[in-house]
Design a protein around this ligand. Sequence first.
Ligand SMILES: Cc1cc2nc3c(=O)[nH]c(=O)nc-3n(C[C@H](O)[C@H](O)[C@H](O)COP(=O)(O)OP(=O)(O)OC[C@H]3O[C@@H](n4cnc5c(N)ncnc54)[C@H](O)[C@@H]3O)c2cc1C
Length: 401
Amino acid sequence: MKVVICGAGIAGLAAAGRFAARGDDVVVLERAPGPRPQGYMIDFFGPGHRAAALTGLLPAVRERGYRVSEAAYLDAAGRRRAGLPFAKFAAAQGAELVSIMRPDLEAVLAEHLPDRVDVRYGSAVSAVEDGDDGARVVLGDGTAVEADLVVGADGIHSAARRRIVGPDRGLVRHLGFHTAAFTVDDPGIHAAVRDRFCMTDTVDRMVGMYGLRDGRVAVFTVHRSTDPTPPADPRAAVRAEYGSLGWVVPRVLELCPPAPRMYYDTVAQVVAPHWRGRRVVLVGDAAHAVSLLAGQGASLAVAGALVLADRLDAAGTVAAGLADYEARWRPVVTEVQADARRGMRWFLPRTPGRLRLRRLALRLAVLPAVNRLVAGAVAGSPVDLDAVLADRTAMAAPART
Ligand SMILES: Cc1cc2nc3c(=O)[nH]c(=O)nc-3n(C[C@H](O)[C@H](O)[C@H](O)COP(=O)(O)OP(=O)(O)OC[C@H]3O[C@@H](n4cnc5c(N)ncnc54)[C@H](O)[C@@H]3O)c2cc1C
């Protein structure tokens, strides 16, 4: 089968690996001119971690990844107010957790692709056409690529999704936050952060930092905003929003780079009524962005690609395989999305009172039962990927076009 994948992000590269392993001819079309060097730290656990173990990627993920000692909340003077060891958090999720920069995870996925996978950078998809026996991807330069199956892995504003579901309006749901991510190179900030995931213990906004082994610090910011549109000048917006915070934040803001070296977006989830047409199917954020609040988007992208390829293998026809994928994977991501929405008030407390409650909960997390509750509030309920992959008969809804 010829499979054309739109997008060489985490979902697209993971899908390319699984389809190549099935023996399919795989073409990946990516609009960026090359692998994206900018990124942020991803806490990789749960179903994606399990999928990486099942597909032989885990040793490379561990090698490129980081062992973060703890998630710590610090006040304006840099004093630790509360924290949770990462190992405890992972144990409550029933597995290991590896932190890895997004470009490094993409590099691991790309390096494990066989040479015959054709990854074409600088290829922007402008339209996708779906048919009974095949599909077609039209590129920005007007050329087209034919396929037996098109996989839309082109992220939250997916062009493939527009074809099989409809315009973004109503599907992409703004959660009321903006986020930015960038790296800074400063020995003082690195020495303060060390091997921890440090977050400011602040109301309505937060700056999070991870120390990298090359001396840089990976920074991300999140603040509440009802505006669903990113600002014209992201760097100016970040400097204005976080200008009142203390500790190392003033120095971080001094060093923060302009776009495109800074990532900036609104925080949203994608809730699409269906993920498949006849010969087009969606994976990763294109199908079901869960948002950074869930801390599992990359994990679900890797695991979802495995479920898709696995179900196509098990089914007699493409239609049955796509239907089984959606029937099994949708309940999992729906639950993760709901957990993320429920956890919003703890992720970014609205009042000093809630901030104090969060500190108290983290202090009590030395108790195993409380630790499970806290880990559940942060990362949601654990997902059992093996149960999803188990060969049971799923009730598959009919495909829509
Ligand atoms: C600050 C931050 C922190 C996060 N932390 C975590 C975490 O701790 N753990 C976790 O699991 N997840 C985390 N996530 C979420 C995770 O990064 C995403 O869910 C994941 O990257 C989605 O991967 P994707 O491949 O589906 O989409 P994307 O990463 O958006 O990739 C889509 C790709 O498609 C390409 N593309 C788009 N349109 C076109 C087109 N028309 N033609 C061709 N190519 C196109 C894009 O250039 C891109 O390469 C975080 C996200 C953010 C923003």
